[in-house]
Design a protein around this ligand. Structure first.
Ligand SMILES: *[C@@H]1O[C@H](CO)[C@@H](O)[C@H](O)[C@H]1NC(C)=O
Ligand SMILES: *[C@@H]1O[C@H](CO)[C@@H](O)[C@H](O)[C@H]1NC(C)=O
Ligand SMILES: *[C@@H]1O[C@H](CO)[C@@H](O)[C@H](O)[C@H]1NC(C)=O
Ligand SMILES: *[C@@H]1O[C@H](CO)[C@@H](O)[C@H](O)[C@H]1NC(C)=O
Ligand SMILES: *[C@@H]1O[C@H](CO)[C@@H](O)[C@H](O)[C@H]1NC(C)=O
Ligand SMILES: *[C@@H]1O[C@H](CO)[C@@H](O)[C@H](O)[C@H]1NC(C)=O
Ligand SMILES: *[C@@H]1O[C@H](CO)[C@@H](O)[C@H](O)[C@H]1NC(C)=O
Ligand SMILES: *[C@@H]1O[C@H](CO)[C@@H](O)[C@H](O)[C@H]1NC(C)=O
Length: 445
């Protein structure tokens, strides 16, 4: 893996050395738009350039030669050195393959990529790949499995801790590897993210740069705190969320076929939230998250919405229930207890079906549980944070009183994959090395 990182870094450097040529790098797409009923009907295309460019344009067409392509003009911004661009297409047709390229006529265009839009609200079945806590170390097997499975998935859900840029100093204690790690990792993911929508949630590793090279440099410390890389590098469908807009990439909602997804922030902006501040500058708050999550869940749970999207799936980085965060008798502690105090009643009262988190570098599935008691109509909590990163595995320990624990594994790296129809949710947890199914569960309605 080290060899790969060095090779990618070399590619990034030689592209910059070409001078004027500064074509898009790290291209990634995300669901966007709203058909009026909350269903994404467009695509956000995002990329990075070394310098500011005159325009941020994407051309897209159902024709591979891009003849008669439609054009969308996006925006660009910079939080530190490089520039981040986002362009959203106009309304697209469902279940249709589109070809696109992005860039600027002076700085240069990308090659032509393609994606296929989802079937929208009438899609019978969706398949989602899920990963948590993945960086560029210890993740090679998972990366290969993602490569293999992405072509048959409708999207890639990433439940926080994306790339581990803030851990770069573990490999180079005095160097400044934060931005390079983001770049290398996003480049590494590019051949998946150009065609599979990449839907994120913030994790603690997105909060700030806290390496020695950042703490000792005011400019870096100021520029790279408060989720700035995460905010600028991604473009989630927040503005389009129903029943009211979400906030940046911190909390938002969208639908796909039989599912309404709610992604939210376990790091800041709720009572006793951890804030994740090593720099002392603090991060967030981003607004009244509790009020938004409440309204989003209540809306999702109305009979009209449930009729259209029977499943409500939430992802937020920190788990409510984890063997890593409970006493021997199963009583929650730490950030699990804080998350529960803030959100568990909202999830339960609004019949959230499944809650997926990461944060703990292991895999766990819990029996439906509410307030630490097995409760048949409570959400199923899944912890899937074994994406692989410099910090290796978490140790779960033996907690005999945690009756809610259905399965746990702190030895393998792996990713989740789930398929949802109107009547079933089928989850599998796969070992990165070889793809064996380590755990599975099917919920039905
Ligand atoms: C891009 O920026 C780099 C460093 O910031 C600079 O050396 C280079 O000349 C710039 N290229 C262009 C085309 O402006
Ligand atoms: C361009 O967009 C319009 C309206 O959104 C659509 O009717 C047309 O088919 C699109 N053209 C191509 C080549 O995708
Ligand atoms: C675009 O930007 C470059 C330098 O950044 C400049 O030289 C050029 O004239 C600009 N205009 C056009 C239309 O490309
Ligand atoms: C569409 O994109 C996929 C994934 O990048 C690629 O494998 C495939 O060859 C592309 N299809 C066409 C027709 O270019
Ligand atoms: C995509 O990129 C990964 C990481 O660089 C590489 O291992 C894989 O072979 C690539 N896949 C394809 C289909 O090119
Ligand atoms: C998080 O920050 C807020 C606002 O600065 C503060 O009120 C709160 O006490 C902090 N939470 C923790 C756990 O430090
Ligand atoms: C972080 O960003 C949010 C949104 O722009 C802003 O409201 C908040 O004040 C920022 N917090 C800090 C500590 O800079
Ligand atoms: C990760 O931790 C396991 C024990 O949990 C150990 O066997 C393995 O060598 C570690 N791997 C790396 C790359 O640090």
């Amino acid at each position: 893996m080290l060899a790969t990182i060095a090779a990618l870094a070399l590619v990034a450097t030689s592209a910059a050395a070409l001078g004027a040529a500064d074509p898009p790098q790290m291209i990634h797409i995300a669901l966007a738009g709203n058909d009026g009923d909350g269903n994404p009907n467009a695509m956000a295309i995002s990329w990075n350039t070394n310098n500011q460019t005159n325009t941020s344009v994407c051309q897209y067409s159902t024709d591979a030669s891009l003849r008669g392509a439609n054009v969308t003009v996006g925006t660009q911004s910079s939080y530190y050195a490089t520039w981040q661009h986002h362009a959203v297409t106009h309304a697209l047709k469902y279940s249709t393959q589109y070809f696109y390229r992005c860039g600027d006529s002076f700085a240069g265009f990308s090659g032509v990529f393609n994606f296929t839009t989802s079937g929208g609200p009438s899609q019978e079945s969706i398949t989602v790949l899920q990963v948590g806590d993945m960086g560029v170390y210890n993740s090679w097997d998972n990366r290969q499995l993602i490569d293999q499975l992405a072509p048959s998935a409708d999207m890639l859900m990433w439940s926080g801790d994306i790339c581990y840029a803030d851990d770069a100093f573990l490999h180079d204690p005095l160097g400044f590897g934060y931005e390079l790690t983001w770049d290398v990792c996003q480049t590494w993911l590019e051949n998946v993210t150009t065609s599979t929508p990449f839907m994120t949630a913030p994790g603690n590793h997105e909060a700030e740069c806290h390496s020695p090279a950042c703490l000792l440099d005011e400019h870096r410390k100021e520029s790279l705190h408060n989720f700035s890389a995460y905010t600028h590098r991604f473009r989630m469908p927040s503005a389009e969320s129903l029943p009211s807009p979400g906030t940046l990439n911190q909390w938002y909602s969208y639908t796909m076929g039989p599912v309404r997804f709610i992604h939210h922030d376990s790091e800041t902006s709720y009572p006793n939230s951890p804030n994740d501040s090593y720099t002392g500058l603090n991060n967030g708050p981003f607004g009244d998250q509790l009020a938004w999550v409440k309204s989003a869940l209540e809306f999702a749970n109305t009979p009209e919405e449930r009729a259209k999207h029977p499943w409500v799936i939430v992802t937020a980085h920190r788990p409510l229930y984890s063997l890593a965060e409970c006493e021997d008798d199963g009583q929650q502690r730490g950030s699990g207890a804080v998350m529960s105090a803030a959100f568990e009643d909202l999830y339960y009262q609004n019949n959230v079906d499944v809650h997926i988190s990461g944060h703990v570098h292991a895999y766990e599935r819990q029996h439906p549980v509410y307030r630490n008691k097995l409760t048949a109509d409570a959400p199923t909590y899944i912890v899937s944070g074994a994406g692989g990163n410099s910090e290796n595995h978490s140790h779960l320990g033996h907690k005999p009183g945690a009756l809610w624990s259905a399965y746990s594994n702190d030895e393998d790296f792996g990713i989740g994959i789930f398929t949802v129809t109107r009547s079933s949710f089928e989850w599998k947890y796969l070992r990165g090395a070889g793809g064996a199914v380590l755990d599975s569960v099917t919920l039905t309605k």
